[in-house]
Design a protein around this ligand. Structure first.
Ligand code: ATP
Length: 235
């Protein structure tokens, strides 16, 4: 199983420090959920892992390979996929065409496509539909499937359930579980604790760019007041 280690990331927006010693370790077949109030630095942490914002300190290692000095465009090829907040699909293009874009960095594209569609079978019936006409949940799954076309060891998901109806949230939850059961390491950013509890193995609470506390999901389930204390949500 893969292991990703992120150690001591610092990052700044101008003079304001957005990440302070951000560190996580994540294994294949595991879901780590990053929770925190608005502006805590969760999205910034994912961008720092992808190298799309500059880090001033820290290192990242995936399966013994130090990725710290790689340019951002090399990070997906090294095995880390990112599904950013909001669904960045090409609405006028079909499902198949959107997936082809995900495949363009791979040589063995047929196998990768079969793999991605196997994780999100609902898309196979909609290959020729314009992606802008998919439901919100289907669009999110397409974005996730596109990211999976590189057959990554790690996937970073930034609020995949944002704006979705409860029924669609259940579909995303199942998709996350399927990724995990396929041995993928999942780093999940969520606002909605109800979306997290059924899928997370561990949670980390962020505040002011820093991880303030880490718990196993059983510790959270046994003491829901932790959620209230760290993210200010009703428990
Ligand atoms: N491009 C930017 N320039 C300046 N400041 C930024 C920029 N992007 C984010 N910030 C600031 O950095 C802090 C962390 O933002 P970030 O988006 O990482 O938080 P978040 O935890 O993902 O929040 P949310 O849950 O609202 O998405 C916030 O104070 C935000 O205003």
């Amino acid at each position: 199983m893969s292991v990703m280690t992120v150690e001591g990331f610092d990052a700044f927006y101008g003079r304001s420090q957005a990440l302070r010693g951000f560190s996580v370790e994540l294994r294949g077949g595991e879901v780590l959920c990053l929770l925190g109030r608005n502006g805590a630095g969760k999205t910034t942490a994912l961008k720092a892992i992808m190298g799309t914002i500059r880090r001033t300190a820290g290192r990242i290692v995936l399966d013994g390979r130090d990725l710290s000095a790689l340019p951002a465009y090399e990070i997906p090829r090294a095995g880390i996929a990112h599904v950013p907040q909001g669904r960045r699909l090409f609405a006028e293009l079909t499902v198949a065409e959107n997936l082809e874009i995900g495949l363009s960095t791979r040589k063995s594209s047929r196998r990768a496509l079969d793999y991605a569609l196997g994780l999100f079978p609902v898309l196979t019936e909609r290959m020729n539909q314009r992606s802008g006409t998919l439901s919100g949940g289907e669009q999110t799954m397409l974005t996730m499937a596109r990211a999976m076309c590189i057959e990554p060891a790690v996937i970073l998901l930034d609020e995949p359930t944002e704006g979705l109806m409860p029924s669609a949230i259940a579909g995303i939850r199942e998709a996350v579980i399927r990724l995990r059961d396929n041995g993928v390491a999942v780093l999940l950013v969520e606002q909605r604790v109800d979306a997290v509890l059924p899928v997370a193995d561990r949670v980390a609470f962020m505040d002011h760019g820093e991880i303030k506390a880490r718990f196993t999901i059983d510790e959270v389930r046994n003491d829901l007041s932790l959620l209230h204390r760290y993210v200010g949500v009703g428990a």
